[in-house]
Design a protein around this ligand. Structure first.
Ligand code: NDP
Length: 516
């Protein structure tokens, strides 16, 4: 018989085989000439084992490398048909979902609890193809133009010479990029160290669009609010946990689901009528801004529930490929430039990381038939058979149908090709919403922790002149926070009418702020 499943060996485990299914001769000894002799090259079993091992890793994601995932579903509980015709957003509809949570800057083995934003990526396997929301646990981002993204990430990663992370480098980038202030305020608050993945919110951050059956369009922001409640570690607790259990968030998610915990999030959306965007007080497409809830109150849509752990980490978490380009009819993009950059970038990184047919893998494959003229390439598994390989054709091949496709446009003023900052809206600036967060949302304890977290971060191998810039940066967010940071950094030169930072640092930060 060909392997250990044969009835004669029913009481034994299955025989080890080569990847071609041939029974392997030994799990312990390579083929040698006598007990001490050289190893024979034609021991293909051992040779192939080594070869495969050497190729086990696919490149890790440059960002969001360390992630954890779970399966579940999204269920629509409220009627939002006046805003969107998307089938998966129809009341009562249940759609299977895969979620992947991640840190941003750390590599695969990095501790889970280190201060960082967290990724919150969702793949909805809808009846109209996959819908991906690739969000974060923060409603805003550090930059608003994709040309700055790579530089931002480099500043969070490692120095070229030493291979070390550097707080000096991070503050250098942030203080020279004042649009980062809102996100850095959230990052330096205790929300930068969430207690678990279950205890954090997820935000689309970007503005997207919806269209209803009458063709009426709306701008939309998605917020997944944790039903477990938002809970965070203090800086000290997060640091201690990094040493105690580097995989704490991964373990927590897995254990909670294994124990039947089924963590849950409530999807709320903010809806802006299409015409409001032009003269809204903030540029609604600027990724460094939120829409205050008082202007556009959250509307509940449904619930996201995670109730099944992956059976294979590599196949489901590591090979998962999310892309904000995956939008289904009834949903669309917006003129957010960061979103447009990501539309290209995410698919591209998966082509490099996993391969040109990554969407054929079970975790990425839509649960609806794919009728595409893309063909072949490495590791193609699904072949079209005797189908035409070009369009248009007269052989009855699939035909694109604008009526069924998800393209959602918006009016664009004609203009000259060039490199522009966004159009300014009345209240646009780099620091205002960060200041609102500090003064109007945070409690005294939150502010106390914010200052302590900034001081701890900016004390760790950050040079004196950079600390002056840190103080000048916080002076733009909130003078009181800046004064306390200055005291914490031992730089209380606060008699200056312009704030506690050195005049030179204050001038540099001001000059970089709100540049056209
Ligand atoms: P609201 O008072 O209506 O809402 C405040 C929001 O802040 C809540 O969603 C709350 O989330 C969240 N929050 C609380 N603490 C923190 C923190 N440390 N870091 C980040 N978010 C926190 O205020 P507005 O809508 O008028 O916005 C005021 C400020 O709140 C904004 O400038 C922005 O910084 C922040 N914010 C606003 C959001 C929005 O979409 N409007 C979303 C998140 C933050 P929770 O309910 O989970 O406690």
């Amino acid at each position: 018989m060909s392997n250990g499943d044969a009835p004669a060996h029913a009481d034994r485990p299955p025989a080890t085989t080569t990847d071609s299914g041939i029974p392997a001769p030994s799990d312990e000894y390579s083929l040698t000439v006598g007990p001490s002799g050289p190893i024979a090259l034609h021991d293909h079993y051992v040779v192939q084992k080594m070869q495969h091992f050497n190729r086990e890793r696919v490149p890790e994601r440059v960002v969001h490398a360390k992630g954890s995932g779970a399966h579940g579903f999204f269920e629509v509980t409220e009627d939002v048909s006046q805003f969107t015709k998307a089938g998966f957003l129809a009341i009562g509809k249940r759609t299977p979902v895969f979620a992947r949570f991640s840190t941003v800057a750390g590599e695969q083995g990095f501790p889970d609890t280190v201060r960082d934003p967290r990724g919150f990526a969702l793949k909805f396997y809808t009846d109209d193809g996959n819908f991906d929301l690739v969000g974060n646990n923060t409603p805003v981002f550090f930059v608003r133009d994709p040309s700055k993204f790579q530089d931002f990430i480099h500043s969070q990663k490692r120095l070229a010479d030493t291979g070390m992370r550097s707080n000096q480098m991070q503050w250098d980038f942030w203080t020279l990029s004042p649009e980062s202030a809102h996100q850095v305020t959230i990052l330096m608050s205790d929300r930068g160290t969430p207690r678990t993945y279950r205890h954090m919110n997820g935000y689309s951050s970007h503005t997207y669009s919806w269209v209803n059956t009458d063709g009426e369009r709306f701008w939309v922001k998605y917020h997944f609010k944790t039903v477990q409640g938002a809970e965070n570690f203090t800086d000290e607790q997060a640091g201690a946990m990094a040493g105690e259990d580097p995989d704490f968030h991964r373990r927590d998610l897995r254990q909670a689901i294994a124990d039947g915990g089924s963590p849950e999030w409530r999807l709320e959306v903010q809806i802006m009528p299409f015409a409001d965007a032009a003269d809204y007080r903030f540029n609604p497409f600027d990724l460094t801004k939120v829409w205050p809830h008082g202007d556009y109150p959250p509307i509940t849509v449904g619930r996201l529930v995670l109730d099944r752990n992956p059976a294979n980490f590599f196949a489901e978490v590591e090979q998962a490929g999310f892309s904000p380009a995956n939008l289904v009819p009834g949903t669309g993009l917006s003129p957010d430039k960061m979103l447009m950059g990501r539309i290209f970038s995410y698919h591209d990184t998966h082509l490099h990381r996993i391969g040109p047919n990554y969407e054929q893998l079970p975790i990425n494959a839509p649960r609806v038939p794919v009728h595409s003229y893309n063909k072949d390439a490495q590791m193609t598994y699904h072949h079209s058979g005797a189908q035409p390989v070009y369009a248009p054709n007269s052989a009855g091949g699939p035909q694109a149908d604008a009526e069924r496709a998800p393209d959602l446009g918006w009016p664009v003023e004609s203009g000259e090709l060039g490199r522009y900052a966004y159009d300014k809206h009345a209240e646009d600036d780099d620091f205002g919403q960060a200041g609102t967060l500090v003064r109007e949302v945070m409690s005294d304890l939150d502010r106390e922790h914010l200052v302590a977290n900034i001081v701890a971060h900016a004390s760790d191998e950050v040079a004196d002149d950079m600390q002056q810039r840190v103080i000048a940066y916080w002076a733009k967010v909130d003078p009181q926070i800046a004064a306390e940071v200055a005291v914490g950094l031992g730089k209380d030169n606060g008699a200056s009418p312009d704030g506690p930072a050195s005049a030179e640092a204050a001038a540099l930060v001001s000059a970089r702020a709100n540049r056209a």
